[in-house]
Design a protein around this ligand. Sequence first.
Ligand code: BEZ
Length: 249
Amino acid sequence: MKWNTELYNSKHAFVYQYGEAMIDLLDPKSFEKILDLGCGTGELTQKIKEKGSLVYGMDSSAEMIDKAKKNFPLIEFEVMNAEVMTYHETFDAVFSNAVLHWIGKPAFVAHNIYQSLKYGGRFVAEFGGKNNVLNIVNALQAAFEKRGLTFTKFWFFPSPAEYATLLENQGFRVALVQHFYRETELSDNEQGMKDWIDMFGNNFFGEISADLRKEIINEATDKLKVSNYKDGKWFADYARLRVIAVKEK
Ligand code: BEZ
């Protein structure tokens, strides 16, 4: 997926703003070596650096890494895919915010994260869990199917039990797993939902023409007005999964 980093920063900054609570959960220490997996434009990577840690940012998107390097030239950033990364007992912690639902092959990713950690190291992550953006997905699916179009889901939104088991299968001890709802206000009041679908739902549309895409988004958004629009504001029905998992000595 190609990212428009300007749009991401101007209209979807909540992605990393909410992530700041995750820095507290990570609790980075001075001189700890930490990997920010899926660092995007680097805002949270910088927050980790400010705690005195030796932080590295990686993201599979060259556009994001380009922007991250410009934003924070003192941090080492690299274009890398978590499905194929090959670190070996390198990090005290691997951190990831709002990314893992985008990556296929979750067992490979968990394996690579396990390999990349030193013994005693921790994996601290938040991403979309079961039922994440369910209203949005259902509204889009209905608009696709009404037109006889195939609707293919592509995000990975596991239940807490499913993800904890996946981590345990890699050897992790799961110290914390939480699943909770967080209605998230979208930036621009009237356009908020359309912008969100345009930006994050791009993969649903494949070869669909611009006109048809617009028609589907309009129809889905009209439907969502009942459930996701309150007091003049759009909300995304986020359900988060938070984990801390430890590579035992
Ligand atoms: C999320 O952070 O849960 C998310 C963001 C964009 C698309 C899907 C999920």
